[in-house]
Ligand binder design. Sequence first.
Ligand SMILES: [Zn+2]
Length: 377
Amino acid sequence: MEIRFRIAGIPVKILPAFWLVSLLLGWGPGGFKSVVVWIPCVFVGVLCHELGHALVARRFGGKPEITLYAMGGLTHTHERAALGRWRSIAVSLAGAGAGFLLGALTLAVAAAVSGGDGTAIERLQRAGALTLSPGAQASPLALAAGYLIWINLGWGAVNLIPVLPFDGGNVVRELLGGGEQGWLRAAWVSVIAGPIVAVAAFVSGWTWAGLLFGLAAMQTGRELMAQWRRLADKRDGLYERMDGAAKALHAGELERAAAEAEAILRVARGAGVKQGAAHIVAFARVQAGRPDLGLAALEALPAGEADDMLLGVCLLEMGRADEAAGHFEVAVVHGEERSRELLEEALEQAGDSDRTREIRARMRAREEAGEGTPRGE
Ligand SMILES: [Zn+2]
């Protein structure tokens, strides 16, 4: 269902969701005829925008790749940090720039070929080429001209609004210093400007843009909070204390490692430090013969963040072999070293139960499919 091709030597991949969302967006009072014209126009507009990014990125030595997906287009290229501020800004602006060129070109051609009296604008208006919802009498060509003008000029301008992760937000990040600091400042601009733009878009009936900016502001707000917690942990010296706890663990000073990691857990704000400290606690406590304390630290983490091998070891040491087997099975699927042996051990200890029978059946099925071989053994 994926379409792949190259344009000007740049690989382009189109995911099926791109067509689906284009179809949904184009479905309106214009009916079938307008959708048939709309979809190729969106395709040309989005591809032109991404080609703008890609061609400039390639000029600066990058190896860009374009993907068209549900939310529009995306150009993967080299790391921003390697690009430098002004080149990074040039890449960001090139998307809208390419769209403006195509939009202006369409405007000029449409004005030249539309007949009748009056100024170019009046003639375009009569042809229905200056509105997104022309009457049923508009010709397919006038429809196409109208869509191309709106998509390239309108969306190009909206995309320059300073909200992350849109191009305008990226420009602001570079202008405000780039890097981590620049991102933080641009994120603040985003969480203030994003909701304002979203409300304005909803009020003007541009629902799609409203949704997009609303979601972008929410996502950036979430990342901003996570980043703020990380920086607070750094400022409080928790990263150095984590290093100390890890060194104690490696040196075999289990009690000291566990106590320090538990103390860190009580004050940590960021997800990364919490996760690291909980694993040090679990590792140290299980070796010191207190798997219950290790399990408690791991279970306090959000779902899916605790290491399945370590969870399994704690449970196995506590005599809960049946539950341990479930975690070792996940580790086997992820190809963790020694997971296969531990799974066998847990299954043997657990004996016969509904769960162990299910696990054994899945193991056999995976073996037959040739999967689940532990890595590095
Ligand atoms: Zn862009």
